[in-house]
Design a protein around this ligand. Sequence first.
Ligand SMILES: *[C@@H]1O[C@H](CO)[C@@H](O)[C@H](O)[C@H]1NC(C)=O
Ligand SMILES: *[C@@H]1O[C@H](CO)[C@@H](O)[C@H](O)[C@H]1NC(C)=O
Length: 416
Amino acid sequence: MKIWRWVFVGLVCTAFILRIDAVELGRRHPTERISGSAGDVLEDDPVGRLKVFVYELPSKYNKKILQKDQRCLTHMFAAEIFMHRFLLSSPVRTLNPEEADWFYTPVYTTCDLTPNGLPLPFKSPRMMRSAIQLISSNWPYWNRTEGADHFFVVPHDFGACFHYQEEKAIERGNLPLLQRATLVQTFGQRNHVCLKEGSITIPPYAPPQKMQAHLIPEKTPRSIFVYFRGLFYDVGNDPEGGYYARGARAAVWENFKDNPLFDISTEHPTTYYEDMQRAVFCLCPLGWAPWSPRLVEAVIFGCIPVIIADDIVLPFADAIPWEEIGVFIDEKDVPNLDTILTAIPTEVILRKQRLLANPSMKQAMLFPQPAQPGDAFHQVLNGLARKLPHDKSVYLKTGQKILNWTAGPVGDLKPW
Ligand SMILES: *[C@@H]1O[C@H](CO)[C@@H](O)[C@H](O)[C@H]1NC(C)=O
Ligand SMILES: *[C@@H]1O[C@H](CO)[C@@H](O)[C@H](O)[C@H]1NC(C)=O
């Protein structure tokens, strides 16, 4: 049985340290990365290269909302809260707005949850608008650039489009007031109205301590070839099927449900995290959005992410060598997944596993408390620092106005 070959792969992978010729690798696997040695996270220290001013807002925009529902600290959009806390005590923070390179407005737009814990984004546009109105009338900095030197964390499914259904999100488009701002967002899909150009794509939040608690000995053999837990169909929201995940998840199930190399199911076992550490490949197909926390989990647990999401923009893609650590499958090629994955040479698998074992790769995927060098917070700062200095054209002439404060759906204009 083929599967024993993979058990063997798993056994030897931890013992091996492959020597890789960085130049050779770079030539064979060209990536969009800026620099850094092949297979490593781009090393970059943001401290001293940028200064961030944090607006002080009434607590109804942030802390009060969290007090109402503590679940906002653990769901996949929690980065907006942790980013705020991080910046308050970060060495890049300046209390003098005159010397700031970037301005940050701490608004928690994804913390309004249903009883089931799903974030409702319906009030977010009004809330964001209200916050921008407030900073623009109380400080002179917004009007100077109409937000071009401001950044906002908008980790919801479709970022600043503020809707969880793609069609509606596209129809809404990004909030007009954020037209000139930089967005720090989870949503990453090329050529999509909800991915604003120049955005910094971040990983979804996955709780570091919880994952840590499920670590199993590193030498445990990887006896599962392909692993996946999650929905294949979303009957509730997509009764006819085929629309959810653009049919890619349904194709995984239909083609491989009886294939012994595939350990796939809708049931989330209590050993989910442990199982990922026993798997060679972890499927990361799109759902309603191209990303899911599986990507972070796969990296943390050293399981090679098999990314099935055409045109996905991965988190910190300019710093992390995704092409080297993951496997990319076109959505149309899902029926050939078994052939594609079994054809990957053992040494390629070993190399990907070795790269995944690099602690800096894992660090970049997490928002730990307290923050640590190279973590996702620092990657965001690196992204902001790389956009400096601002182009002179961001500063508007006196009286010059670009934004239209009454644009967008009328419902969004109601006071918050
Ligand atoms: C910024 O511009 C708006 C109108 O566009 C004005 O109401 C506001 O007072 C201005 N802010 C400051 C601080 O001057
Ligand atoms: C601003 O947007 C509103 C709503 O779309 C539109 O009616 C109005 O003409 C726009 N104003 C300007 C100055 O473009």
